[in-house]
Design a protein around this ligand. Structure first.
Ligand SMILES: [Zn+2]
Ligand SMILES: [Zn+2]
Length: 448
């Protein structure tokens, strides 16, 4: 069978799975699970992969990771890993759908939390289950091996736990067989069915920061008898705004403190204040510099108030990087699937996705898939369409994804896998890469 006929068959099979994909998505959306707690999601995935009769279904990888192995019946050595993340977020679900989540996780560290798929990983999981259905239907004609990788804890596990993409690698998920390409995608507030890509860093480097300012506890009426950590915490928060002026303004950096915890009371000067935040850099090599400057700010600001402070950096994630040769290899496939005019180069963002741990090790591609009531304006930026639900970013309680875009995701997975295995979507070994400090092709878009 030639490539064209196979592509037609993949499309027909994908259309045949559309209804089930939507049903899986609705079920997962209604029953979301937080990072490192994806017990029922993993069970649903593993049950379906077993029902498809895959060669192997490995479970319990780095927590609740699942990898399905499908060995094709035709001759071929390549191994493509298709990846979906499976976890949800501690965010209320205000998406407005009748399958909205009402789940509350009462036991999660720091909780109780409302739980929802505000990042769209329900879509990712459902689309990959669809792709597994499609590809297992043509297994006898697949010239190589497909790994279906369902990754937990993409959003970051509790800080006292291990988990996520790197933990899957360390657990040996890719030891045998070793992928020759990894492919992943993320749903975004872009026109439905559009594929977005960026050559260079699509998402930035990320690290979680925990800053602990320590003083000495005392009565609120006698602050001079203790050391108040609060003003030092305030100075750190204010000082962070100056960090931006200490690194190049041409490669974006953000430092956001999203959570402050103190142990005081209205009449008690507490012992400590803890600040939790995230550092993002568009260029990976800037991360060390920003960390060094933030640490200096933290330590010296605290000293100015007679307090002490530490900055700890946890859960580092490298940038999601698409190399030029991989993009060039992938574009014909993306255009065939989405349509010529629906594959667009987008700006980079300071979001992150730890799929970067896979793509940087084994090579491959990461794209975005539009799922909202949007159109592109003359400058290529997404704008809401009249009468639609608007543009709502990932992690917002109102984030939504339209079911009609999911079949495009199923087709993308299937076509990318088949094209790689048959040698059409590959890069020559040792192709030079421009690195991650690329000039921006256009201003950053509104994607998260
Ligand atoms: Zn997310
Ligand atoms: Zn996500």
């Amino acid at each position: 069978m030639d490539g064209e006929a196979m592509h037609g068959e993949l499309d027909a099979r994908a259309a045949g799975t559309a209804e089930r994909v939507v049903a899986w998505r609705h079920h997962l959306h209604r029953h979301p699970e937080l990072s490192n707690r994806e017990v029922n999601t993993a069970r649903l995935v593993a049950d379906h992969l077993r029902a498809l009769g895959l060669d192997e279904v490995r479970t319990g990888i780095a927590g609740h990771g699942v990898v399905g192995v499908l060995r094709g019946g035709a001759a071929g050595e390549r191994v493509v890993a298709l990846r979906a993340d499976t976890d949800a977020l501690p965010v209320r679900d205000l998406c407005g759908a009748d399958f909205a989540s009402e789940v509350v996780d009462a036991d999660y560290p720091g909780g109780p939390f409302p739980v929802s798929h505000a990042c769209g990983h329900d879509c990712h999981t459902a689309m990959l289950l669809g792709a597994a259905t499609v590809l297992s239907g043509v297994r006898d004609r697949l010239p190589g091996t497909v790994l279906f990788v369902f990754q937990p804890a993409e959003e970051g596990p509790p800080v006292t736990e291990e988990g996520g993409a790197r933990a899957m690698v360390e657990a040996g998920a890719f030891a045998d067989p070793v992928p020759t390409m990894v492919f992943g995608m993320h749903v975004t507030p872009y026109p439905k069915g559009y594929v977005g890509y960026r050559t260079g860093n699509q998402y930035g480097a990320s690290v979680l920061v925990r800053i602990v300012v320590t003083g000495r506890q005392t009565h609120g009426s006698t602050p001079w008898q203790g050391v108040d950590p609060m003003p030092a915490a305030g100075a750190i928060l204010t000082g962070i705004g100056q960090l931006y002026r200490q690194v190049s303004a041409f490669d974006p950096v953000t430092v956001s403190i999203g959570h402050v915890e103190d142990v005081g009371r209205f009449n008690i000067v507490g012992e400590t204040v803890t600040l939790w935040g995230t550092v993002r850099t568009a260029v990976e090599s800037d991360m060390a510099e920003v960390r060094r400057r933030l640490t200096a700010l933290v330590e010296h600001s605290a000293a100015a108030y007679g307090a002490a402070a530490t900055a700890e950096y946890l859960q580092p994630v490298p940038p999601v990087h698409n190399s030029g040769p991989w993009v060039a290899a992938g574009l014909p496939t993306f255009r065939r699937v989405a349509g010529e005019g629906r594959v667009v180069e987008t700006g980079g963002t300071l979001g992150y996705d730890d799929v970067s741990e896979f793509v940087r090790r084994f090579g491959g591609l990461y794209v975005t898939l539009g799922v909202q009531d949007a159109a592109l304006d003359a400058s290529g930026r997404p704008v809401p369409v009249e009468g639609g639900r608007g543009l709502v970013t990932n992690h917002n309680p109102g984030f939504y994804a339209d079911d009609s875009a999911l079949v495009t995701g199923v087709r993308l997975h299937a076509h990318v896998a088949y094209d790689h295995l048959r040698g059409a979507l590959v890069v020559p070994e040792e192709t030079p890469d421009a690195g991650d400090r690329l000039p921006a092709r256009r201003p950053p878009s509104r994607r998260p």
